[in-house]
Design a binder for this molecule. Sequence first.
Ligand code: F6R
Length: 622
Amino acid sequence: MCGIVGYVGARHATPILLDGLARLEYRGYDSAGIAVITSTGELQIAKAQGRLQSLRTLVATAEPVGVVGIGHTRWATHGRPNDVNAHPHGDCADRITVAHNGIIENYASLRDELMAKGHTFRSQTDTETLAHLIEEELGDSDDLNLAVRNTLKRVTGSYAIAVVSRAHPGRVIGARKDSPLIVGLGVDENFLASDIPAILKHTREIVQLDDGDIADLTATTVTISDLDGHPRQPPTLHVDWNIEAAERGGYPHFFAKEIAEQPDAAHRALLGRIITREPAPTLALDALDALVASGRLDAVRRITFLGCGTSIHAAMIARYAIERWARLPVDVAIASEYRYADPVVGPDTLCIAISQSGETADILAATRLAREANAPIIAVTNTVGSAITRLADGVLYQQAGPEISVAATKSFIATVMTLYLLGAWLGRRAQTLSEPEEQAILHALLDIPEQMRRTLATFETREGQQTLASVTGRLKDCASCLYIGRGVGYPLALEGALKLKELSYVHAEGFAAGEMKHGPIALLDTATPLVAIATEGKTYEKVVSNIQEARARDAFIVALATEGDDAIRQHADAVIAVPRAPEFFAPLLTVIPLQLLAYQVALARGCNVDQPRNLAKSVTVE
Ligand code: F6R
């Protein structure tokens, strides 16, 4: 996830671009850059590693001066966060530059092809391929729009791009597929941006581009077409948000925004990893292939997950699938315990260190311990270049995009998806998964973003909202609330309880449903609601029995069940329905109402949702 901005008009472009990037920094802040066409027709590029302030310092001494330009703030996916990999990226002679948000999945083969034709690459990014491809397509022609369209027809993956060219000094071209891009309409000036806050200061008239759109901007015109050049006329929207609301995408809290972003995060988690080509999707995990080539996985006989909080819940969910698919024993270790234990670890233990921030002190310490024992390490993190990546032999990025709310949402689902990819890869390698089984997993993963959209849509309906509101009413004043589940439903119960307690300060605990009668059932009474994960699966009947036992103790029962399960209604006081999904994949949907419930209870109790008391986003101290 990166931020893009573009300007063409009569004003000095640099401050407009820098200001726009400041509003997009939430989308990434590994590096930033701008490219401005000067009045003498030069293309001046300034880029700097780190937050936008580094770029501001750089341009303060040599400011590009011109009225047309593009800018970018980066959340690295391909290539380390440094000056060279910062966007915009130029072609061989820096005649054309491109800023890009997304992942070009076939960049490696395109790059080989372009290098064979004599193009010289300077960065490790997938984006630079676009600049060279536009150069190639443009050849001696003057038709920049056609060259961009032809380029985009050759790429697979996702993109929002902004392009400027020295030979076309009064224009900015933008295009999108699976990454956001809007056009802002001004008076004798026009704008491009990844998100509304970047340009809200200048205009409130917005055009949302659709996938496959290309927009050609001059100071006085905006022409939109599809990639075949057929004109399109999307509607102009008037935005009346203030800047603060716009940064949250119109949502009252980042937590709510990030819940809503989960389908996109799930989609991004698969980008570049499941290649959707005919006749069947294939799995591509380059980081793991490199580990195999290095021999680091040769001795591996078991897996240990290391993490804390929500990350450990994601690992506990994935453990079931990985054991089933790869037939390897999997341990899940809380990092703060592991680091002071005397764990049995060595080259036969693949340690998978999971951390959204990549900076959690306990996880770093536990990972160092495993590393000292010569265990191969894979980091699963959302933060490119974070400390955990430097301790690892290989990195799988969650690709969830920046998570601002302290309570984790989209990084949880992106972690589960990433670990499932890893599980399928291990199963294929160990030949414990048949081809059809692997295909079923890939298809189930590919279906998740759409099923998440459906799940979210359920809670926008009147009925969905009423159900949430009635359960919220019941939970908001209780002293304690229990969550239960079995199989993958158990760690999900832990995650649901964690969300409730950290956001609303209502005491909540998650239990393996089968453990209830070994103690926790003593807690149940009329004042202690029970939230049961009762979606379809191997242990469904068992969970229903546990629900009945709780109901017999007068507990208020909330059941999270599969859509169409009417039978559960006789056992529960409230039923929250989620779309049907294969058992291992259901938590990716069921977690959504759990997050929404915690959110509603926190709101009802007047809590600070985005920054709950006593908590920090990144726990860098022990
Ligand atoms: C809960 C939450 C925390 C984090 C934990 C680990 O909503 O956000 O429990 O999951 O602090 O953080 P990372 O994944 O950054 O290591």
